[in-house]
Design a protein around this ligand. Structure first.
Ligand SMILES: *[C@@H]1O[C@H](CO)[C@@H](O)[C@H](O)[C@H]1NC(C)=O
Ligand SMILES: *[C@@H]1O[C@H](CO)[C@@H](O)[C@H](O)[C@H]1NC(C)=O
Ligand SMILES: *[C@@H]1O[C@H](CO)[C@@H](O)[C@H](O)[C@H]1NC(C)=O
Ligand SMILES: *[C@@H]1O[C@H](CO)[C@@H](O)[C@H](O)[C@H]1NC(C)=O
Length: 344
C-alpha cells in the first residue's frame, strides 16, 4: 500500500490541490466576479433554447450531466452521447424527471472506436433535423488499454481523435442550423504539456508511476483539444458556426476512476473537499453554449465564464495545422469529408 511511488504521488497531489485552491482565492480577489459560479440553478444567463438541439458527449455523469440538465431546463432537445446504456438511460430519466422536458434522449457511442462514432453520426444525421450545440465533453483520464481496436493510442483516441472525427461528420448539420456552436472541453492541465507529434500515437513508458504518466498524457490530449479549436475556428470562419475551448474548473468528477487503492482514496478526498461540484464546474461550457455574450466569438479559450489569453503552447498556427493533418490521418477522414478552407 504505502510504496514510495504512492507517497510521492500524494505529495504531488497535495501540491496540485493547494495550488488550485490558492489560484482560486487569488483570482477571486483579482476578478471580483465569480458570478457564473455562484448559486445552484440556471446561473448562466442566455435565452431559452426552445427549438434548439444539442449533443453532449459523456453526459451520464459530472460536467456533461449538468450541461445536459441545464440545456433541458432551457427547453432544448438534448441528445446524451454515452457509452454505457444503463448509465445513459438512468441519466436521461433523471433529467426528464428533474426538468419535465421529455425531449431528452440518448444515443450510444464508444469514443474508443472510429466506426462507433461514424455510426452515431449517421444515425443522428438521419433522425435529427438540426444541430445547434455540440459539446465535446467526453474524456478519459487513464489508460483502460494501451491502444484501441483502430490502433490509436487509447487516451489520444478518446480525448482528441473521436471529437475531431465527430465534429467533421456533424459539420453539415451545424452549418445548416447556423448560428450554431461547438464547445470543446479542454483543461488548464494543457499548460503542463507540449505537442509531441513524433510520438503522438505512442504510449509513454512508465518512469515513476502510472498515475503520473496518465496525468501527463491527459494534459497533452487537452492541449490538442485547444489546438484543434484554434484551427477549426479558422476553417469555420464565415460559416456562422463558432468553436471555443474552455477549462472547466477543477471538478470532482469520475475522471480518475481508474485509480485504485490508497491513491484512489486520497484523490477522492481531495476532489470532494477542494474541487468544485460538477454543477459549478459546468458553468463555463454552458455559458459558451448559450450566452449571447459570446455569439460572435470563435477560437477563444475560456475559464470561469471569461475569455483568457491563449496558453503559450497553443499560439503557433503552424502547430495547429500540423496536428490537424496528423489527426486527419489517424481519424481516417476521407477526402470529401475534409474541412478544407475551400469546401467549407
Ligand atoms: C423537441 O425538440 C425539437 C428540436 O428542438 C423541436 O422541434 C420539437 O418541437 C420538440 N418536441 C417537443 C415535444 O417539445
Ligand atoms: C447526412 O445526410 C445528408 C443528407 O441528408 C448527406 O448528404 C450527408 O452525407 C450525411 N452525412 C453523414 C455524415 O452521414
Ligand atoms: C475571420 O475572418 C475575418 C475577416 O477575414 C478576420 O478578421 C478574423 O480574424 C477571422 N477569424 C478567425 C477566427 O480566424
Ligand atoms: C454579433 O454580431 C452581430 C452582427 O454583426 C451584431 O448584431 C451583434 O450585436 C453582435 N453580438 C455581440 C454580443 O457583440
Amino acid at each position: 500500500m504505502f510504496t514510495i511511488a504512492n507517497i510521492s504521488y500524494l505529495g504531488f497531489l497535495v501540491c496540485i490541490a493547494l495550488c488550485i485552491k490558492l489560484y482560486w482565492k487569488l483570482s477571486t480577489r483579482w476578478n471580483g466576479s465569480y458570478s457564473c459560479l455562484v448559486g445552484k440553478t440556471a446561473i448562466v444567463t442566455g435565452a431559452n433554447s426552445v427549438g434548439k438541439t444539442a449533443i453532449v458527449t459523456g453526459a451520464n455523469s459530472g460536467l456533461g450531466y449538468y450541461t445536459a440538465l441545464d440545456f433541458a431546463k432551457r427547453g432544448a432537445r438534448v441528445i446524451l452521447a454515452c457509452r454505457n446504456k444503463d448509465r445513459a438511460e438512468a441519466a436521461c430519466l433523471k433529467i426528464i424527471k428533474a426538468t419535465g422536458n421529455k425531449n431528452v434522449s440518448y444515443k450510444l457511442v464508444d469514443f474508443a472506436s472510429l466506426q462507433s462514432v461514424r455510426t452515431f453520426a449517421e444515425d443522428f444525421n438521419k433522425s435529427e433535423d438540426r444541430l445547434d450545440i455540440l459539446v465535446n465533453n467526453a474524456v478519459v483520464g487513464f489508460f483502460e488499454k494501451d491502444y484501441t481496436g483502430d490502433g490509436i493510442q487509447y487516451m489520444l483516441h478518446v480525448n482528441h481523435i473521436s471529437p475531431f472525427l465527430l465534429t467533421h461528420l456533424l459539420i453539415d448539420k451545424l452549418k445548416q442550423s447556423a448560428p450554431s456552436r461547438i464547445v470543446n472541453v479542454a483543461s488548464l492541465a494543457a499548460i503542463f504539456s507540449a505537442p509531441n507529434f513524433d510520438n503522438i500515437n505512442k504510449v509513454p513508458k512508465i518512469t515513476l508511476f502510472t498515475e503520473l504518466r496518465d496525468a501527463l498524457v491527459y494534459a497533452t490530449t487537452k492541449l490538442y483539444n485547444i489546438l484543434f479549436t484554434n484551427e477549426l475556428a479558422r476553417r469555420l470562419n464565415g460559416t456562422g458556426v463558432t468553436v471555443n475551448a474552455l477549462h472547466p474548473g477543477s471538478v470532482s468528477t469520475e475522471l480518475f476512476r481508474g485509480f485504485t487503492g490508497i491513491v484512489d482514496y486520497i484523490t477522492k478526498i481531495f476532489a470532494y473537499t477542494l474541487f468544485m461540484t460538477g454543477e459549478e464546474g459546468a458553468q463555463t461550457q454552458i455559458y459558451l453554449s448559450v450566452s449571447k455574450d459570446v455569439e460572435n466569438i470563435s477560437g477563444g479559450l475560456f475559464t470561469n465564464c471569461k475569455q483568457i489569453g491563449m496558453y503559450s503552447a497553443a499560439k503557433d498556427p503552424q502547430v495547429d495545422k500540423k496536428l490537424w493533418e496528423i489527426s486527419e490521418e489517424l481519424a481516417r477522414i476521407s477526402p470529401n469529408e475534409k474541412l478544407n478552407f475551400a469546401n467549407i
